[in-house]
Design a protein around this ligand. Structure first.
Ligand SMILES: *Cc1c(COP(=O)(O)O)cnc(C)c1O
Length: 381
């Protein structure tokens, strides 16, 4: 019997069918054991459960929700987004080559620079929203092409199918960091990507109370995926069962939260673009965004919950706007139910982010309250 293919909202609401078998409960319990029993004959009572560094039913249940939402062949959770990035990077062999999109989440750029320098790997940074630059970089052999769609904080778009084709030509695997889209809005594996990664800390969990990362693949038999599995097991970058349970709890409303966040973000991007105090708005849902056509083709159900905008007047003006907000909180991160603003330059002065850029992670509040907060913050001093 083939399973009926459920829509994302149904998969998420039912946590992909996870239940508490022992109690006949609608909601699964948390499996906390770090070790598993053997019988008198010393056979494992559950052959797939040996030791907690790799085997945990709660983590598996959360992975299954994400696997189904992603349309992936296999999915593994990690204790942070960066742990997932590192697990994939560690599969690149000695004297290998990584191509990474420039202007992406600075934590990934910084990690890859240090990692490649230490390992004598070749690292090339390209502006991947220009697909010809990707093709040019892929003219020479490589092991991994890493892109981020939409990118954080610039919201640049990359044509994933074209990048996948270029990567294949170079003998490289394509990995897409789709944190700002989530599997509900965009499914890169269906466009030819080999791996998709998310910081599940962001919208996937959605409540700013769990750190987690997720990596999914199209081909579970590939040498790289097998190396990821071995790396997670042997190096022990494991998500704890409490975090996995909270993540599953958060994901039940992921499609619903995204619906509201995307509606709010689309409305706010248009509103911000019309304000005199605002110099520019970067949001792929705006018709004049350079990546709008690619975003419209690759994303469904909305253009995401993340945007950036430039305030007229430089560092002081941007800091004043951020400082005046009262409902929208000043904090790093994104994807929570509460809207957050970040003066990115203060966090990463070395990454070349303009001093008047504010990154805005839109939550699920009433959009009228968000506009009122922004309106008073943007008003002339
Ligand atoms: C936050 C983030 C990461 C890192 O994830 P952590 O869970 O913080 O380790 C990677 N990529 C993007 C796009 C992010 O926003």
């Amino acid at each position: 019997m083939t399973e009926p293919r459920l829509k994302p909202a149904s998969i998420a609401a039912h946590a992909a069918g996870a239940k508490d078998a022992a109690a006949a409960g609608v909601v699964p319990g948390i499996s906390v054991s770090t070790t598993y029993l053997r019988g008198p004959d010393y056979a494992l009572q559950r052959p797939d459960n040996i030791y907690g560094r790799d085997e945990n039913d709660t983590v598996r249940q959360a992975e299954e929700v994400l696997r189904q939402l992603e349309g992936a062949a296999a999915t593994r959770l990690f204790p942070s987004g960066m742990a997932a990035v590192a697990a994939l990077a560690r599969t690149v062999p000695r004297d290998g080559r990584i191509i990474v999109q420039s202007g992406i989440y600075y934590g990934v750029t910084h990690f890859l620079r240090q990692f490649c320098a230490r390992r004598d790997l070749k690292l090339d940074e390209v502006e991947a929203s220009d697909i010809d630059a990707v093709r040019h970089a892929c003219a020479a052999p490589a092991d991994l092409l890493w892109i981020e769609v939409p990118s954080n904080p610039w919201l640049r778009m990359v044509d994933i199918a074209a990048a996948a084709e270029a990567a294949r030509g170079a003998g490289a695997a394509l990995a897409v960091d789709a944190t700002a889209a989530t599997p509900v809005l965009m499914r890169p594996l269906e466009m030819g990507a080999d791996f998709v990664m998310h910081s599940a800390t962001k919208a996937i969990n959605g409540h700013s109370d769990v750190l987690a990362g997720v990596l999914s693949c199209a081909d579970p038999d590939s040498a790289m995926w097998q190396a990821v599995l071995a790396d997670r097991h042997d190096a022990g970058a494991i998500l704890g069962p409490f975090e996995a349970w909270l993540l599953m709890r958060g994901m039940r409303t992921l499609p619903l939260r995204l619906e509201r966040m995307c509606q709010n973000a689309q409305h706010l991007a248009g509103w911000l673009a019309a304000q005199d105090a605002v110099e520019a708005v970067y949001y792929p849902g705006l018709a004049d965004h350079p990546g709008h056509a690619v975003a419209a083709r690759q994303m469904q159900g909305g253009f995401g919950y993340l945007m950036s905008f430039l305030v007229h007047g430089g560092h002081a003006a941007a800091a004043r706007v951020a400082g005046r907000l009262s409902l929208i909180q000043r904090a790093t991160s994104l994807g929570g139910v509460e809207s957050l603003i970040e003066h990115r330059h203060v966090i990463e002065p070395q990454s070349g982010i303009p001093e008047n850029l504010l990154r805005f992670a839109v939550g699920i509040e009433d959009v009228r309250d968000l506009i009122a907060d922004l309106e008073q913050a943007l008003a002339a001093p």
